[in-house]
Every structure is written in structure tokens, then in C-alpha cells.
Design a protein around this ligand. Structure first.
Ligand SMILES: [Mg+2]
Length: 206
């Protein structure tokens, strides 16, 4: 999804809630490329499995990048890697998790006229890292793990965001990349939900 697509929705709502991973860190292709270059002999499916493992490793790691978690994610896929290479790969890969400056500028601009919330299971420290390529406006509500009522998927968390921002359900739209974790709770509460995916070329809605 690109900025123009977000803007089409923005005009119709007061509050825009963005899941971070998979929606705003729109670097899926670059991550796959980095992994393919690191492991040129592996098939696309193996690379895809490692990509998922890397994302889990990132969520587990306390710091901005932790090579031991990378090594563990690779070991799950029967790949052993030495510490130096794991560190190098972690740095390259996790740098791609950082949100592009133009996206942060877009969010900051949006927050001048709309309420904007970043909703993520990540810790506040991790959000700081992810948004470190450009200064995030203090107008933007960062609803990170520490602020949450419970872990995702959660209706209560969404109710809390509506309460904090004093926004009715029908003035709210949520952008997420996971049907079970993001879209379903929003749908159950009656919030308009938009699925953002890097993995498909077209969507048919029945
Ligand atoms: Mg996500």
C-alpha cells in the first residue's frame, strides 16, 4: 500500500489506526532480496520460511537487533550461521524494519488534521527504533505493548484507543496486515478495517 491509498481512506475518517509491522515497514521485497543474497542456494519457499523466522526473532529480541535470535531462527530451518554473519545479516535485515522517512513525514502531516494511532505488539523501545529514520510527531498516539490492556488480538485494546482519542467507532479506520490479529477484532467491534498485504497481487472480496 502506498501513501495515495491511505489518503483515499483518510478523508472519510477522524481516527486512523495503523498496525506497524507489515503495513508501514513496507520493505517486504527488500527483506526477501537480502535473505536471498545471504543464502543464494535456497529455494523461494525456504527463504519465505526464514523471513517469517526473522520477523519472530525481531519481535523476541530486546535490542534493535540480536544475532542470537537470528541464529535460532535459522537453526529452526536447519541452517547454521556463525556469530559474525548473524550480526551482519541482523543489521541489514532489521534496518529494513525501520519505517522510511517519507512514510513518517506522511504520518506527521496526516496528524495535523487527523488523529493518528500506531498500534503494535512491539515495545515502546522497539517503536522508537522503527521510527528512528525521521522524528515522529508528538501528535501521534503510539499504543505500544506497555500501554495495552491485553496482547493482540484484542477488542479491549481498540476500545481503549477509541477512549483515549475520544473517537466514535464509525469515525475510525484500521489498517492491518493480519486477518486474525488486526482485522477480526476491528470487524467485531464495528471499526472499518483495511487489509494491507505484501504477499498477494490481487484481492477478491465476496
Ligand atoms: Mg502486522
Amino acid at each position: 500500500m502506498i501513501i495515495d491509498d491511505f489518503m483515499q481512506y483518510a478523508s472519510h475518517y477522524d481516527l486512523l489506526i495503523f498496525d506497524i509491522n507489515g503495513v508501514l515497514d513496507n520493505n517486504h521485497d527488500a527483506k526477501v532480496k537480502a535473505l536471498s543474497e545471504a543464502f543464494p542456494k535456497l529455494s523461494d519457499l525456504q527463504i519465505s520460511k526464514i523471513n517469517v523466522g526473522m520477523e519472530r526473532a525481531y519481535e523476541k529480541s530486546k535490542g534493535s537487533s540480536t544475532a542470537s535470535h537470528i541464529a535460532a531462527a535459522l537453526a529452526d530451518n536447519n541452517i547454521t550461521i556463525n556469530q559474525d554473519k548473524a550480526e551482519e545479516l541482523a543489521n541489514t535485515y532489521f534496518d529494513l524494519n525501520r519505517i522510511k522517512p517519507e512514510i513518517i513525514k506522511f504520518l506527521n502531516k496526516l496528524s495535523e488534521t487527523k488523529k493518528v494511532c500506531l498500534y503494535t505488539s512491539l515495545s515502546k523501545a522497539k517503536v522508537d527504533y522503527i521510527t528512528s529514520k525521521h522524528q515522529l510527531s508528538p501528535n501521534i498516539l503510539v499504543f505500544a505493548r506497555e500501554e495495552q490492556v491485553e496482547s493482540k488480538p484484542s477488542i479491549s485494546n481498540l476500545e481503549e484507543i477509541l477512549r483515549i482519542t475520544n473517537t466514535p467507532i464509525d469515525r475510525t479506520v484500521l489498517f492491518g496486515d493480519n486477518v486474525a490479529v488486526d482485522i477480526m477484532p476491528a470487524h467485531l467491534l464495528g471499526i472499518k478495517a483495511v487489509l494491507v498485504s505484501n504477499y498477494v497481487d490481487a484481492v477478491i472480496k465476496l
